[in-house]
Design a protein around this ligand. Structure first.
Ligand code: VL7
Length: 134
């Protein structure tokens, strides 16, 4: 059975989100608000086609992509920097490389037990998020 990330997921932990946001150049006031948030992710997966909608009371972000097909990402409402993104499978992990102005930018999703994990990377910062099914 291939892995299926589909579902509605609520953030339960968010390690070093502050460091990740500083690396992205997010201003102090925005960081103060952002780190209080408990975002929800709605993921719809159809084979290699993904819809990932991250929502919160402050901002939301929609990403749609196909594994193996590079796309332009605008990061609108986040840091607003454009990058070229490519998501690939590394075994059962979904790995995104975001090529642009920021070095070493990307993220990895995987399932562990009943939890959804997300590692967000930018420059020398790593943020680790865990989500549970809503
Ligand atoms: C998306 C936030 C910090 C700005 C607001 C914070 C709003 C809710 O890209 C992401 O996930 C991938 C993988 O699931 C799919 O796009 C993470 C949150 C990153 C970066 C920037 C702070 C302002 C948070 C949208």
């Amino acid at each position: 059975m291939p892995v299926d990330f589909s579902g509605t997921w609520n953030l339960v932990s968010n390690d070093n989100f502050e460091g990740y946001m500083v690396a992205l150049g997010i201003d102090f006031a925005t960081r103060k608000i952002a780190k209080m948030l408990k975002p929800q992710k709605v993921i719809k997966q159809d084979g290699d086609s993904f819809y990932i909608h991250t929502t919160s009371t402050f901002r939301d972000y929609l990403l749609e992509f196909k594994v193996g097909e590079e796309f332009e990402e605008d990061n609108k409402g986040l840091d607003n920097r454009k990058c070229k993104s490519l998501v690939t499978w590394e075994n059962d992990k979904l790995v995104c490389v975001q090529t642009g102005e920021k070095k070493n930018r990307g993220w990895t999703h995987w399932l562990e037990g009943d939890d959804l994990h997300l590692e967000l990377r930018c420059e020398n910062q790593v943020c680790r998020q865990v989500f549970k099914r809503a």
